[in-house]
Design a binder for this molecule. Structure first.
Ligand code: NAP
Length: 248
């Protein structure tokens, strides 16, 4: 199930956390994975080395998704070298947490540029080649916060809620070309993004999760692998919640 042999995948923000786990599972399922990083080249190279040592196919590339020209160039280069791009996983994201009263314009602009415009730029560049191929998969990483809201995260929530609108709209735009567009909405996942939440606050979060534990990057990666697979061919415009029941 979920075999991805012969597929070419690009995963943004794959140097760490959820993106790293996605790159690993896609490669384990047989895809050749382009592991994109923004700043952490050594971490991305480690991901690639470990995969190649295990007989999988992977390569690293620097890609700050807020630079649309760079997004276009990287995707054009992937298509030139491998002949196609089958799977686009727009995972890169960041958060500057602040109550709206204290949220600075520059922090809001940065979140919009990376989480929303960056993800859209990746999808736009990817569907150009997918439309010609009349097949392809786009997966966005949204968040439980985009649906549920969270005090101190109105800016981040805005970007993630917007991605849900993008998912549903783009699914309608490209469905006739054999391309599916879906989003995965993780709950609270144990990565660098959530590492500052410790102690009583972390325990309080855990209490809100019916499955009784914080999620792992692998929990999310499995859902992405499903959406990338042939088995998910009839799933599009969907937001798949991977949140332990925290929000249903
Ligand atoms: P993370 O551990 O903080 O890792 C963030 C990744 O995004 C890194 O690989 C980083 O690259 C990359 N990145 C940051 N800014 C970038 C930019 N401008 N261009 C390209 N890449 C950039 O985050 P995570 O927890 O794995 O989150 C991954 C995705 O899941 C994000 O979209 C996040 O919003 C979403 N999410 C996370 C949670 C959670 O609880 N962790 C919950 C819901 C949704 P470098 O390492 O090279 O800097």
């Amino acid at each position: 199930m979920f075999a991805l042999d012969g597929k070419i995948a690009l995963v943004t923000g794959a140097s760490r956390g959820i993106g790293r786990a996605i790159a690993q599972v896609l490669a384990e399922q047989g895809a050749r994975v382009v592991v994109a990083f923004a700043s952490q080249e050594a971490a991305a190279n480690e991901v690639v080395s470990a995969l190649c040592a295990a007989g999988k196919q992977a390569e690293a590339v620097q890609l700050d998704v807020s630079d649309s020209a760079r997004v276009d160039a990287v995707i054009a280069d992937v298509v030139k070298r491998h002949g196609k791009l089958d799977l686009m996983v727009a995972n890169a994201g960041m958060s500057v947490d602040a109550l709206l009263l204290r949220l600075k314009d520059e922090d809001l602009d940065r979140m919009l540029a990376v989480n929303l415009r960056g993800a859209m730029a990746c999808a736009r560049a990817a569907i150009k080649t997918m439309m010609r191929a009349r097949t392809g998969r786009v997966v966005f990483l949204t968040s439980v916060v985009g649906e549920m809201g969270n005090a101190g995260q109105s800016g981040y929530a805005a970007t993630k809620a917007a991605l849900i609108g993008v998912t549903r709209s783009l699914a309608r735009e490209v469905g006739s070309r054999g391309i599916t567009v879906n989003a995965v909405a993780p709950g609270f996942i144990d990565t660098d993004m959530t590492s500052s939440i410790q102690g009583d606050t972390r325990a309080a979060v855990e209490k809100q999760i019916p499955l009784g534990r914080i999620g792992t990057p692998a929990d999310v990666a499995a859902a992405v692998a499903f959406l990338c697979s042939d088995e998910a061919a009839y799933v599009t415009g969907h937001v798949l919640r991977v949140n332990g029941g925290m929000y249903t």
